[in-house]
Design a protein around this ligand. Sequence first.
Ligand code: 8YV
Length: 311
Amino acid sequence: MSIDILQLCPVMPALEADLAKRYTVHRWFEMKDQPGFLKFHADKIRGVVTGGHVGIPTELAVQLPNLEIISINGVGYDKIDLNEARKRGYRVANTPDVLTADVADLALGLIIALARQLVLADNHVRAGNWPKGELGLGHRVSGRRYGIFGLGRIGQAIAKRLEAFDAKIAYSGRRKLDVPYTFYPDINELAANCDVLVIAAAASAETKHVVNADVLKALGPNGSLINIARGSLVDEVALIAALQGGTISRAGLDVFEDEPRVPDALWAMKNVVVSPHIASATHETRRAMADLVLANLEAQFSGKPLPAAVV
Ligand code: 8YV
């Protein structure tokens, strides 16, 4: 008998096809009558497939009495109530490691795009402005001071790439690690001692708005902020004020507090580069993530250990 899966958000077409081959998939995000679906089919659902940026609202999870596994197409599990999972005894699995390189690559992309004005330069040429005027000078990427908040798998991959740019690397995190970078226990100190502050920590109650007005002040008028982690780590209102008032110089952002809403004030600024949460969005990585999503489901339904269990 086919196993019923609830899919909470779109995933790459190849994963959609693979899921459809193996399971009966119910597409929650396209349903016109979600309460009606739950009334008649909630007890059939044994698995949920969702994105890291979507997770599952607890009020939905509690309505799935036979849920066995939430398989996340992503590494972040901040939008999932792990206590509820432990209490109810269903599993939560994610896709770590396979996306680390891509996310680190995008961090470097944003760093370079911002300092070297790549987006403005592209617009300048496309608008036919090259013969008419100067773009203005950018800033050097190599040899500068970089502060990484969160030196986990992704933070370390960013540091490794920055080493090739002769960067002076410092970091903050839960604890000092055995790495050749300067450790600052406090993010304010990290911000005060770097030119580019890179946010690479997981979202949690502890890290919510960890980048606030004080941290931005410490980063200072020549400082840049890069965020490839989660929007919730940065107080967006404080960030907009800091960019508008010259408290910091620039920001490169792949994630936002209320996605997919990007505040107009951010779009309007030339010293900001934005991307639509694409850090893991390559064919290669999304295929590897898809394989892990499938492997986690497969393991659960055949009683084997999960390849990437969170709970
Ligand atoms: C994805 C992510 O954008 O891994 C995560 O936690 O946020 C991203 O990789 C998303 O989860 C795709 O579904």
